[in-house]
Ligand binder design. Structure first.
Ligand code: NOJ
Length: 953
């Protein structure tokens, strides 16, 4: 009660200000030429049922070089005079090694329109080279093409058969349908209308172009346009853009959009296509705005809208484990329409230009399709252990003394942390790659002081470069600045005033960018604790259309910004990552890097965050589905600014935000320059203790979290993990995005996200659950998930461990993660109703690439029959005994906590436990161990995680 009163007083003191992103800066679909045109086209096609695209069966061939099927889709524009226009659209289809289907549709002949002479004439088709993992650059199409079966139409000729003779069999059907079987996937290609039907174990999962929304706006001149427009089309803004903020777009190539519909069967639950401040389960957009993927700077973004944000991942999947990856980095809109009656979902994808390039994956379950997606686009990088600890950031820490005071105060108050951050103002006059020397006279000295406790410094480096200093001069001299539509260096406005932008889409641009880091990070060999934050890389341009780059800018001498817009941020952070990695190569250190803009593939090298949120309860609430969305889209290393970037949070909000933020894979406090200082040691008790305990809890859980990051780096498995992934069998869980699991650890969490909430409702699947703090258990004996009320006083974090799991923690406060390295492990065992449990542990040195050479330990703990605990190591490093090997300094288990539950066989602590190891058996007294109603604790069992043993208690 006292606590609540205190909170109410604080609430009154901290009245919140009004805030909102100026939405009118961004286009609505109706204001975007190509989005509007495609919506109109699809509405009209739905009425007319016309179909203008057919696949020419005669053109089908096997391309042995690409190991793909190739053909031509013909778009026919009927003309009254009978001189119909036929546009040839090359089509290719191949299977990836995991049986995913990839198809592309390009446009054959294009000539450069007048005024467009600087631009490449062909449609941009290189997005995949940035998005796919390097190993697919060679292998993308290398899987053997499966056997084809043709349902043959009368006019099919022998020459067609002979061209395909090596892999087709005949059939006597009368429709032009080509059947392909590849593993569990079968596919039908229909020629007229062109369609693809995709089956998983013979059950229909997806139809491509079911609704005939395929639309490729082929090239034509403005003068001839009238002859090229279909009856269902509108000519709205085909050659101009009349949106107030982008009306200067020269649009040299006229209309170029590509659009296609995909119908998902057996599901009315879709997920993915981050980043949006909306629910995890995607909304039906048929009565509103489509989801838009277009990287932009959205300070204080509006919640609940489908507006674009800082990052874009055009990957979507259904609850029937079917995914579509739309490999296109241009401005993109996605419409979604659920049909619950027919249990299907219709989607419509529209991009401003480029080619249709799509990868469709199917699997046994949802993790299988995420696995395939992150195999293709690259696994999330395994971050240094320190970077999954706590990050203390603010715009800005003013000088060296400020940084070192924060550092000392964190220690004095027993608040662990690993990273301190320098925002914009550490630079000399916002010139990146320089230091404000009055405030930071000796960066090496600062780094060296931080290094003593294993701490790291992150500094901000943005891709806009102030005009008129060494770095920007060299970008101009080396001719690696992004160009305007006339081919001159583009100048726009950002933090430093007039700026140019480095063109990291060009290889030479990347090289120059790297050389800046080499000079800037020229540090003594023992200092490898400086890391980089790439902000504003959408790019954010204050006087640019829609807060970003004009679409007619030119990259790498011939590519329009329009084609690569959503890739630019990735190109910046990848070049930065490569630079830092090579600078630290002698110490083999893994870089940590934060990027604000991202695309599919960004997970290979960078973490991200949800951008400029506000210190209100709504932003705390929305952060959870946002973090979950990225987690299911292959980019799990994400968090939200704690406790809200803009404005001053109330003490209650601070407490609750830390308690929620502790579960974000990326755990960082950050605050706007205009806010009051809020480093956790500045708070009064009880807030200070609450925040300290919360941060300490994160550190105790690091072994479990790091194991999950490892799993994610090998399979893409989400770290903040939606309920439906763990329990897909319960339809009611598909809508839940305020409660989640932590990876596959069994930890089930529901953060408090409302003020004055003294209790919350949590939903529990069938099984046994233990309150993590007390280990008090309760069992949901029903067949369905059940709701339970959990009391939530301000110091309570509602989190449980589900029976059947074992997690590993460390339970001693240390100042940083590095200092925990020597600490022994504690096992927490949560038996299921039958007394079984299992859990994994992954350990490496936490900082180098040594793990890629086998320098890691991996083990599985298994509890059987409630009282037999086995350790089954699956990997230990060869050089475990090497004195120089820093991988596993302490591999001992100091404590084993076994939770009790009412249904489990009665376990009780005996006088001694038995340990079987290496063919021998020994007894171990448990005098100093402990037992209460909820758990038994076995102290000092003298067991090592790297050895095989069995403990019977
Ligand atoms: C925008 C970023 O989103 C924010 O986190 C940062 O503090 C400011 N830029 C200043 O660099």
């Amino acid at each position: 009660m006292v606590l609540l009163k205190w909170l109410v007083c604080q609430l009154v003191l901290f009245a919140s200000l009004s805030h909102a992103f100026t939405d009118y800066l961004l286009k609505k679909c109706a204001q975007s030429g190509f989005c509007h045109r495609n919506r109109v086209y699809s509405d009209n096609i739905a009425k007319s049922h016309h179909c203008y695209y057919k696949l020419d069966a005669q053109s089908i061939a096997h391309d042995p070089l690409q190991n793909s099927l190739s053909a031509t889709i013909i778009k026919t524009i009927p003309r009254l005079d009978g001189a119909d226009i036929a546009v040839e659209l090359p089509f290719s289809l191949s299977f990836l090694q995991d049986h995913s289907v990839r198809f592309t549709i390009d446009e054959k002949e294009r000539t450069v329109a007048s005024g467009g002479s600087l631009l490449a004439s062909q449609r941009y088709n290189e997005t995949w080279m940035y998005a796919f993992d390097e190993k697919f650059h060679d292998e993308a199409n290398k899987t053997n093409f499966p056997e084809l079966r043709f349902a043959k139409q009368e006019h099919s000729t022998d020459s067609l058969w002979s061209r395909l003779s090596s892999f087709l069999t005949h059939s006597n059907s009368t429709t032009d349908t080509i059947h392909l079987q590849n593993g569990n996937i079968s596919l039908e290609i229909l020629t007229e209308p062109f369609q693809l039907k995709i089956y998983w174990q013979n059950s229909l999962r997806l139809i491509v172009n079911e609704r005939n929304f395929l639309n490729i706006e082929h090239q034509r001149s403005k003068e001839e346009n009238f002859a090229h427009v279909l009856p269902e089309e509108t000519t709205f803004n085909m050659f101009k853009d009349d949106f107030m903020y982008s009306k200067h777009d020269t649009m040299p190539l006229g209309p170029e959009s590509v659009a296609l519909d995909f119908t998902f069967f057996q599901s009315t639950n879709l997920f993915g296509i981050p980043e949006h401040p909306t629910s995890l389960r995607l909304m039906d957009t048929s009565q509103g705005e489509p989801y838009r993927l277009f990287n932009v700077d959205v300070f204080e973004y509006n919640i609940g809208t489908t507006q674009p944000m800082y990052g874009s991942i055009p990957f979507m999947f259904s609850s029937s484990s079917t995914s579509v990856f739309w490999v296109n980095a241009a401005d993109t809109w996605v419409d979604i329409k659920y049909d619950t009656q027919q249990n299907k979902t219709m989607t419509h994808w529209i991009s401003e230009n480029g080619v249709v390039d799509v990868v469709i994956s199917l699997g046994q379950d949802i993790p299988a399709v995420i696995d395939k997606f992150t195999d293709l686009t690259g696994r999330p990088f395994l971050p240094p252990m320190s970077s999954i600890g706590y990050h203390q950031c603010r715009w800005n820490y003013n000088d060296e003394t400020d940084v070192l005071t924060v550092d000392a105060q964190m220690d004095a108050n027993e608040i662990p942390y690993d990273f301190i951050w320098l925002d914009l103002e550490y630079t000399n006059d916002k010139k990146y790659f320089t230091w404000k020397r009055n405030s930071f006279p000796n960066p090496k000295r600062l780094l060296s002081k931080l290094n003593k406790l294993g701490r790291n410094l992150v500094v901000l480096i943005d891709p806009h470069l102030k005009k008129g200093y060494e770095i920007s001069d060299s970008v101009i001299n080396e001719n690696v600045a992004v160009k305007d539509h006339n081919g001159n260096d583009y100048v726009g406005h950002c933090w430093p005033g007039n700026s140019i932008w480095i063109d990291t889409m060009s290889e030479y641009g990347q090289k120059i960018w790297k050389s800046f880091f080499e000079k800037f990070m020229d540090l003594p060999a023992d200092l490898t604790n400086l890391f980089i934050w790439n902000d504003m890389n959408e790019p954010s341009i204050f006087d640019g259309p829609e807060t970003t780059a004009p679409k007619d800018l030119i990259h790498d001498n011939h590519t329009e910004e329009r084609s690569i817009h959503n890739l630019y941020g990735l190109s910046v952070h990848e070049a930065t990552y490569d630079a830092v990695k090579s600078i630290y190569s002698s110490s083999d250190k893994r870089p940590f890097l934060l990027t604000r803009a991202f695309f599919a593939g960004s997970q290979r090298t960078a973490a991200t965050w949800t951008g400029d949120n506000v210190a209100t309860w709504d932003y705390l609430k929305i952060s959870i589905p946002m973090v979950l969305s990225n987690n299911v889209a292959g980019m799990p290393f994400i968090g939200a600014d704690i406790a809200g970037f803009a404005e001053d949070p109330t003490p209650e909000l601070i407490a609750r935000w830390y308690q929620a933020g502790l579960w974000y894979p990326f755990f960082r406090a950050h605050a706007h320059i205009d806010t009051k200082r809020r480093e956790p040691y500045l708070f009064d008790d009880p807030l200070k203790s609450i925040v300290r305990d919360t941060i300490q809890l994160r550190y105790f859980l690091l072994p479990t979290l790091y194991t999950m990051f490892y799993k994610s780096s090998t399979t893409g498995f989400p770290i903040m993990n939606p309920m439906f992934i763990e329990h897909p069998e319960f339809p009611e869980l598909y809508d839940i995005d305020n409660q989640f699991y932590w990876g596959d650890s069994g930890l089930l969490i529901k953060p408090v996200t409302d003020p004055g909430q003294s209790e919350i409702e949590m939903i529990f699947p069938p099984g046994v659950f233990y309150d993590f703090e007390s280990m008090a258990s309760f069992v949901n004996t029903g067949a369905d998930p059940a709701v339970k009320i959990i009391p939530t006083p301000l110091d309570k974090i509602p989190f449980f461990i589900e029976g059947g799991h074992i997690i590993t923690i460390k339970d001693k406060y240390r100042r940083s993660s590095k200092l925990m390295k020597n600490d022994p492990y504690v096992l927490v065992i949560a038996p299921d109703v039958k007394g079984h449990a299992v859990g994994d542990l992954y350990v490496d040195d936490g900082e180098t690439f040594g793990y890629q050479r086998g320098e890691y330990a991996k083990t599985r703990f298994v509890l059987e029959d409630g009282h037999i605990l086995k350790n089954v190591p699956s990997h230990t490093p060869d050089n475990l005994m090497d004195i120089h090997n820093d991988v596993l300094r302490n591999t001992n288990i100091e404590k084993i906590i076994v939770a009790k539950n009412e249904l489990q066989r009665d376990i009780a602590l005996k006088d001694s436990v038995t340990i079987k190891q290496g063919g021998e058996e020994r007894s171990f007294p448990t005098k100093l161990s402990h037992e209460d109603d909820n758990k038994i604790i076995i102290m000092n069992p003298m067991l090592d995680i790297t050895e095989n043993w069995e403990l019977i208690f």
